[in-house]
Design a protein around this ligand. Structure first.
Ligand code: ZN
Length: 224
């Protein structure tokens, strides 16, 4: 894949499908320094893209959505600020712990971050037979236990929960997208999980192979 004029494209130069997010905040004032990886907490990519493009000022937006099958949908030009990292701060980043970045603080992470929403249901707190479900939504949300890992969230602590796995084809597509983004934005110095930069967040969670991804891109100048 490659990035052409802020659009993620296949090798032939054809942009991936595009659905414009409603609330974006104009061009980055300086080249972005961070790639923030999220899960979308939705059952499907179409549900996620509908939510992420709904007509609602100050809701949430992100640059890209990635399906479990590895299909991309772009929702904002990669040169534009979107609203996905909330009150995230790099100063709070774990496992890095102590480092902070001048000028990148509370509520400003969005101003320097490209965001990818990866389709994954996220934490499930009740096991019901062969399904992990979310207690408050168990009639509508569930995932086969055989396709979940069981873990305590490494940053949030608490009880053991079920976390749907990320399929290999999804991670393979993510690698290609990240490679294209890093080639287009050599300014990017960090790949972080949302849960590393915001204390309130669980995504992308313990089922996500974040360390392995960082290691694969370390040689391109991205710090682990
Ligand atoms: Zn997130």
């Amino acid at each position: 894949m490659k990035v052409i004029d802020g659009k993620l494209c296949n090798n032939a130069g054809t942009p991936v499908p595009f659905r414009q997010a409603f609330d974006t905040r104009g061009p980055f004032s300086a080249p972005p320094k961070v790639l923030v990886l999220h899960y979308d907490a939705m059952r499907s990519q179409s549900e996620a893209v509908s939510a992420l493009t709904r007509n609602d000022k100050n809701y949430i937006s992100a640059h890209l959505s990635l399906s479990r099958e590895g299909d991309w949908v772009q929702m904002a030009n990669l040169g534009e600020v979107t609203l996905h990292a909330g009150d995230g701060t790099l100063a709070a980043a774990r496992p890095y712990g102590t480092y902070s970045w001048g000028g990148v603080g509370r509520s400003t992470l969005n101003a320097t971050a490209i965001g990818i929403e990866i389709n994954n249901l996220g934490w499930l707190d009740r096991r019901r037979g062969e399904l992990w479900t979310r207690q408050e939504q168990e009639l509508v949300v569930g995932w086969p236990a055989a396709d979940c890992i069981v873990a305590v969230h490494p940053h949030r602590g608490g009880a053991k929960m079920g976390w749907p796995r990320y399929p290999d084809e999804q991670i393979a597509a993510l690698d290609k997208g990240i490679a294209a983004i890093l080639a287009a934005f050599p300014s990017i110095e960090r790949i972080v999980g949302h849960d590393e930069v915001s204390k309130q967040k669980y995504d992308p969670g313990p089922a996500f192979p974040l360390d392995a991804i960082r290691q694969r891109f370390e040689k391109r100048g991205v710090s682990p």
